[in-house]
Ligand binder design. Structure first.
Ligand code: PLP
Length: 454
């Protein structure tokens, strides 16, 4: 049974299923408020009207409203009816604390790694870059284009990457793609034809790229490689451990690739965010003919843009461009021109500088909160990037801390989830401190330390 209700100009969509009408209505309204579909302050239909429309007793609706008021989701005031809480009603924090059956709900806070602060996306700057780019774009830019990407963006990236990351790649070596995810998928198609049958991966990392490689017949193995192989590395800020590949190891890796004809895939996913030391340039510069440099806008701007780029050895460009053409012709021309304008106008640099400062402050607040409230925790991997590793005191279990956090509405990621083979390190959490919007960060940290302390 589903209904759409219109009241005071607001549509209220409620879907009920099964026989447990009361529980169903309660869950449907809770979900609508929690997901933000019903905004704070929204006035709900009267219990009589909603009951009549749904074909259920008015009292049932009244009981549901009463329950949700008690939980803090709704407010009921004489004369102003029942409304969604949060503006004039109960604060989200109070509502959060009052919610029952915590294990079953969606977390309100997240300190998982992987996202920048999406609420800080430079909307105005992006819009004005899009306006400017479209205003001056020739009509041909709206047709099918070069599968490697729009020349404007490849030129902008070539200059930007050389300036900020030391990458040595002319524009004709760059292929624009839908994030690192697609960049790797394209390489998976191409590399077997170049004799790559094995790839060395770091002991801890994201499982998705490893699965993608394996399903293309490129066997992943833990680091330690030989001829006919490749390496997938995150040299600037190891994901997830946060360490930086030392200059000696970088040189060793580049030498190995040059001597053996091997290939390194350098995933430079958050290379722009460095805090405590001199920036570490891209490994690619040490052996441009043996390193595929992969960059992405997913951390600097937002993953929803699906914009990434590969800077390729000369011998791989045509094959990767063909794979890109087969995959999806090319990445959206308008989005590419917008990013090109965003970079060349200086807005990208300004945004990154602002973001770097904000994330650095957040990192410091994380370190401070743990030092004060969970002093047994050791924080590592903090010199760069958007995440850190919180090593738990001996005796603590990752799953228990994660469960206690979940009970407080906080999503956490245990380090064990990134162990590609055995989890040989001590218990730890991978904390993505960029993820929450600014207003939620303090609450997220309070929940984190409370969960660690039990
Ligand atoms: C290690 C690492 N590399 C790359 C990416 C970015 O992937 P994409 O560019 O496909 O969004 C992420 C995102 O979470 C990541 O954690």
């Amino acid at each position: 049974m589903s209904k759409t209700w219109a009241i005071s100009g607001v549509d209220l969509y409620v879907e009920l299923s099964g026989h447990r009408v009361r529980a169903g209505l309660e869950a449907a309204l809770r979900e609508a408020v929690q997901s933000g579909r019903l905004a704070p302050g929204t006035r709900l239909p009267s219990s009589r009207a909603l009951g009549a429309d749904l074909g259920i007793a008015r009292n049932t609706v009244a009981e549901v409203y009463g329950q949700l008021v008690a939980e803090g989701w709704l407010t009921a005031r004489q004369g102003s009816g029942t409304r969604v809480a949060g503006v004039a009603g109960v604060s989200p924090e109070v509502a959060e604390a009052a919610r029952p059956s915590p294990g079953t709900r969606q977390a309100r806070y997240s300190l998982r790694p992987g996202l920048p602060d999406l609420s800080a996306f430079p909307r105005a700057g992006w819009l004005s870059a899009a306006r400017k780019a479209l205003a001056v774009a020739p009509s041909r830019a709206l047709g099918y284009g070069d599968p490697r990407g729009q020349p404007e963006l490849r030129n902008a990236l070539s200059a930007y990457l050389a300036r900020t990351r030391g990458v040595r790649a002319a524009a004709d070596r760059i292929v624009v793609c839908a994030g690192f995810t697609q960049g790797l998928a394209l390489l998976c198609q191409v590399l077997p034809d170049y004799g790559v049958t094995r790839i060395a991966v770091e002991a801890y990392g994201r499982p998705e790229p490893v699965r993608a490689l394996a399903s293309s017949g490129i066997a992943p193995a833990l680091l330690g490689v030989d001829d006919g192989g490749a390496m997938l590395l995150t040299p600037a800020h190891q994901f997830p451990l946060g360490s930086v590949l030392s200059p000696r190891r970088r040189a060793d890796a580049a030498r190995w690739a040059a001597a053996s004809g091997g290939l390194i895939i350098e995933d430079d996913y958050d290379g722009e965010f460095r805090y405590d030391r001199q920036p570490v340039g891209a490994l690619q510069a040490l052996a441009p003919e043996h390193v595929v440099y992969a960059g992405t806008a997913s951390k600097t701007l937002a993953p929803g843009l699906r914009l990434g780029w590969l800077a390729l050895p000369a011998g791989l460009v045509d094959a990767v461009a063909s794979a890109k053409a087969r995959a999806d012709a090319h990445t959206s021309g308008v989005e590419q021109l917008t990013l090109a304008e965003f970079i060349t106008s200086g807005a990208y640099d300004r945004h990154i500088r602002r973001a770097r400062l904000a994330y650095r402050r957040r990192r410091d607040r994380l370190i401070d909160a743990l030092a004060r409230h969970a002093p047994g925790v050791r924080v590592t991997g903090v010199a760069a990037g958007l995440h850190a590793v919180a090593e738990l005191p001996a005796g603590q279990r990752e799953d228990e801390v994660v469960a206690r956090a979940a009970a407080r509405g906080l999503d956490l990621e245990p380090l064990g989830d990134y162990a590609l083979h055995d989890h040989t390190r001590g218990p730890a959490l991978v904390i993505g401190y960029a993820t929450p919007p600014e207003h939620a960060y303090t609450s997220a940290l309070a929940r984190l330390t409370a969960a660690i302390n039990g």
